[in-house]
Design a protein around this ligand. Structure first.
Ligand code: ZN
Length: 95
C-alpha cells in the first residue's frame, strides 16, 4: 500500500511500522457503521494527540472506517480504541 494522503508527521510514524504489521493494521480497521473490524481502503493518515490516526473507506459498506495506532501521552486515557476512533472521526467532520 502506498500512503497517498498522509501528513509528513504521520508518514514518518507509519514508515516506522514494519510492513507486515501495517498490512495487519489495515485489515483490522474499525468501521463505525458496521461496528466491527473491517479492511480499510483509500487510507489517509494524520497525527492526532500524539496518536497516528488512519481513516479511510470500509471495504464492506464503503462508509468511513479507521484505525488508531496509539503512541501519544494521552493513549492510556482512551476508554477503548473504538470509542476514541469514533471521536476522531467526528473531529474530522468538524474541521
Ligand atoms: Zn462498514
Amino acid at each position: 500500500m502506498t500512503p497517498i494522503n498522509f501528513t509528513p508527521q504521520a508518514l514518518t510514524r507509519w514508515e516506522s511500522v514494519p510492513g507486515e504489521t501495517r498490512q495487519r493494521l489495515l485489515r483490522n480497521g474499525w468501521c463505525v457503521h458496521c461496528s466491527k473490524e473491517v479492511t480499510i481502503t483509500q487510507v489517509t493518515g494524520r497525527i492526532q494527540r500524539g496518536d497516528l490516526v488512519l481513516t479511510g473507506q470500509c471495504n464492506e459498506c464503503q462508509g468511513e472506517a479507521g484505525r488508531v495506532i496509539e503512541g501519544g501521552e494521552g493513549a492510556q486515557q482512551h476508554q477503548s480504541a473504538a470509542a476514541f476512533l469514533a471521536h476522531a472521526l467526528l473531529a474530522t467532520y468538524r474541521t
